[in-house]
Design a protein. Structure first.
Length: 217
């Protein structure tokens, strides 16, 4: 009598990438353990937000891309230092922010990256000065304050960017910048005070946009 014999040959089920559903914390733990696939997944998730952060700090998309690439290299290089009790975003943002600040310090001319924004603001001022400022798009208001923030100290600028534009909480900003929460609040207060003064002096036609910015926060 013929019997059917079960063999090990069978059609394998398609396998999903093992890290797709992992949390950011699990990815960093995997990276710490040497899993390159976990790093690739993290790169896919975090490239866009890190590019936005670095471009806001540097004002140059090409330089921002370079810094983000180095950020992921540093994540891998320092992977064994990650403690899974830490906030993943805070740890990554700290690396990216420090690299961007270092890059900014080494740049020979900071004015080069600010000039396109200034030109844009002048064009907007010429064509829209007579309009109700409350109708301005948030991106235009943000461009004004990115330009004005060039006069802030590094700490004030970073606190303002992380807190008001990136939307991090004060404790998260304190962790990213390795300072006390009270220091964050102090820098934020001084940054707002400076920006309000500079806006009134340099762009009086945009004075109403300060209220728009505060409403958006």
């Amino acid at each position: 009598m013929l019997r059917l014999v079960h063999t090990s040959r069978h059609t394998p089920e398609p396998q999903r990438a093992p890290w797709v559903e992992a949390s950011d914390r699990e990815l960093l733990v995997g990276i710490r353990d040497g899993e390159e696939a976990a790093l690739n997944e993290l790169i896919g998730r975090k490239t866009k937000p890190l590019l936005q952060l670095c471009q806001r700090i540097l004002g140059d998309p090409e330089e921002a891309r370079d810094v983000v690439q180095v950020t992921f290299f540093r994540v891998w290089e320092s992977r064994r230092k990650f403690d899974d009790r830490w906030s993943p975003n805070t740890w990554i943002y700290r690396i990216a922010s420090n690299l961007a600040i270092d890059h900014l310090r080494s740049r020979k001319s900071r004015e080069r990256s600010q000039e396109p924004v200034r030109q844009h603001l002048r064009q907007v001022a010429d064509t829209r000065a007579s309009r109700d400022l409350s109708r301005f798009q948030q991106s235009e208001v943000a461009a004004i304050f990115r330009d004005l923030s060039a006069g802030l100290s590094e700490k004030q600028r970073m606190v303002f960017l992380l807190r008001e534009i990136e939307g991090l909480s004060s404790p998260e900003v304190a962790e990213v910048l390795d300072c006390r929460e009270s220091t964050v609040r102090n820098h934020l207060f001084n940054a707002r005070k400076y920006l309000r003064k500079e806006l009134l002096e340099r762009y009086p036609e945009y004075a109403g946009s300060w209220a728009a910015l505060e409403e958006a926060q």
